[in-house]
Design a binder for this molecule. Structure first.
Ligand code: GDP
Ligand code: MG
Length: 446
């Protein structure tokens, strides 16, 4: 991620006067970085060609660009091309219908996160007013039913399963029939997955599918699977023709570059991402946000999305507007901080803020929340004028630092640290603006 932005910066700051040379050397660096993030080699070559053509087609005009303009153009082109790759438009996306029984079947390898994601999706629809039931058709793994049951109870979702019936097809059918009779609107069928793709697994999948006739089949894909994503998703597509993908474990190290190949090779969209083990660690998939993370720009969009569900709407809206304009004031930072404290679990959210994750990862959860409280004290000791500023007011008048330190019972160093972070966010807001702003809000996925 960082490498990609560094590549851009390095290539430009070499003061190469020859535009074409600049473009070529940058593309080489970017390609390497993408490959390191598990993006498929054929896709990278295609991307490289596209970008080269876009950039060189206007070489005469572009040659007159300043370095900053060139950098902006290249960044934007790379960003747009990656978004195109992962933004897979489907002519008729799945829309569950009210007052009908919509069966949704989950497939994927063992450990990919099917059972967890089933519950997350159930909660998602349940919150939107659907009557949702979960069916455990995993009779292969001992404890599978208990796991689903525990999740379902925690999430208050009705469930069906069996401790004695060994035939997964029968359990699936019985569960779906039962929920249909009770007029459930969404019936989610969890299936088993082996460690390896085996013929028997695929056979079982096909049989369950024929028995329950799903309106939608979802493949669950672990983001850390890397280059294997392409092969795996093709194999599943052949036997279980899934209509969408849920990408899990996006909270880990993996930036999910492999998923791009899964989308491209099966022409199937990602609809949600899993960002943790808890029920609420689930987000709508956004191509821009995904690519930002792949490129290491920080995940502003999904952060904003969480804000909007938790925080005072007005605060979130103003912060959003400021970011759109390339601004990020201390007040924005304060609002964000307080929202984060309400949202928890901390480490999760903090990782979305560039720089913040690294800073906080060194500390325990307890120390972290202490640090955050200190920050809130600091904000509370600032005047309205200071809060609404971009922070430079403190550099111009250092006496303000001393006053705030006294008022908040902290040190000048504490405040300088806080200002450093806000500056980092402000720079990120600048980048966001240069990249064409935050995406406009689309509708909810199906
Ligand atoms: P299944 O075998 O496909 O049903 O996978 P499970 O739902 O049982 O998940 C396997 C493991 O991955 C469990 O420990 C889950 O808690 C964990 N898991 C699932 N989704 C996520 C996610 O989005 N992030 C993280 N960090 N862990 C996840
Ligand atoms: Mg499972």
């Amino acid at each position: 991620g960082k490498r990609i932005n560094n590549a851009v910066t390095n290539a430009i700051s070499n003061e190469q006067t020859d535009y074409e040379t600049t473009v070529q050397s940058m593309l080489k660096e970017i390609a390497t970085a993408l490959l390191e993030n598990d993006v498929n080699i054929r896709l990278v070559s295609r991307l490289r060609e596209n970008i080269k053509n876009t950039l060189l087609s206007n070489a005469n005009v572009n040659a007159k660009f300043t370095n900053a303009q060139t950098k902006k153009l290249i960044q934007k082109t790379v960003f747009d091309e990656l978004c195109n790759l992962v933004d897979c438009e489907v002519t008729s996306p799945f829309q569950p219908k009210k007052r009908q029984s919509n069966v949704i079947m989950f497939v994927g390898l063992q450990g990919s996160g099917k059972t967890t994601s089933c519950t997350k999706l159930a909660v998602y629809y349940s919150k939107r007013g659907y009557k949702v039931g979960l069916v455990c058709a995993d009779t292969f793994r001992a404890g599978a039913f208990d796991q689903l049951k525990q999740n379902a109870i925690k999430a208050k979702i009705p469930f069906y399963g069996s401790y004695t019936e060994p035939n997964p097809v029968k359990v699936a059918k019985d569960g779906v029939d039962k929920f249909k009779k009770e007029k459930f609107e969404i019936i989610i069928v969890d299936t088993s997955g082996r460690h390896q793709q085996e013929d028997s697994l695929f056979q079982e999948m096909v049989e369950i599918s024929q028995a329950v006739k799903p309106k939608q089949t979802i493949m669950v894909l672990d983001a850390s699977i890397g280059q294997a994503a392409e092969h795996q998703s093709k194999a599943f597509k052949e036997s279980a023709d899934f209509g969408s993908i849920i990408l899990t474990k996006m909270d880990g190290h993996a930036r999910g570059g492999g998923a791009i190949s899964a989308v491209a090779s099966t022409n199937t969209p990602i609809i949600f991402i899993g960002t943790g083990e808890h029920i609420h660690d689930f987000e709508k998939f956004s191509p821009k946000s995904f690519v930002s993370k792949l490129l290491g720009i920080g995940d502003i969009e999904s952060l904003m999305e969480r804000f909007q569900t938790v925080s005072d709407q007005d605060d979130a809206k103003n912060t959003l507007e400021n970011i759109q304009q390339g601004k990020f004031t201390l007040l924005d930072f304060k609002n964000q901080m307080q929202t984060i404290m309400k949202m928890g679990p901390l480490s999760n959210i903090a990782n979305m803020i560039p720089g913040m994750g690294n800073m906080l990862n060194q500390f325990s959860e307890e120390e972290t929340s202490k640090k955050m409280k200190t920050m809130v004290y600091i904000f509370d000791s600032m005047t309205k004028k200071e809060l609404e500023s971009d922070g430079r007011i403190f550099i111009d008048e250092p006496s303000r630092l001393v006053r705030v330190a006294k008022g908040s019972g902290t040190t000048v160093f504490d405040i300088e640290m806080l200002l450093m972070q806000q500056q980092m966010m402000a720079r990120m807001a600048q980048t966001t603006k240069q990249m064409g702003g935050l995406p406009t809000k689309g509708g909810m996925p199906p």
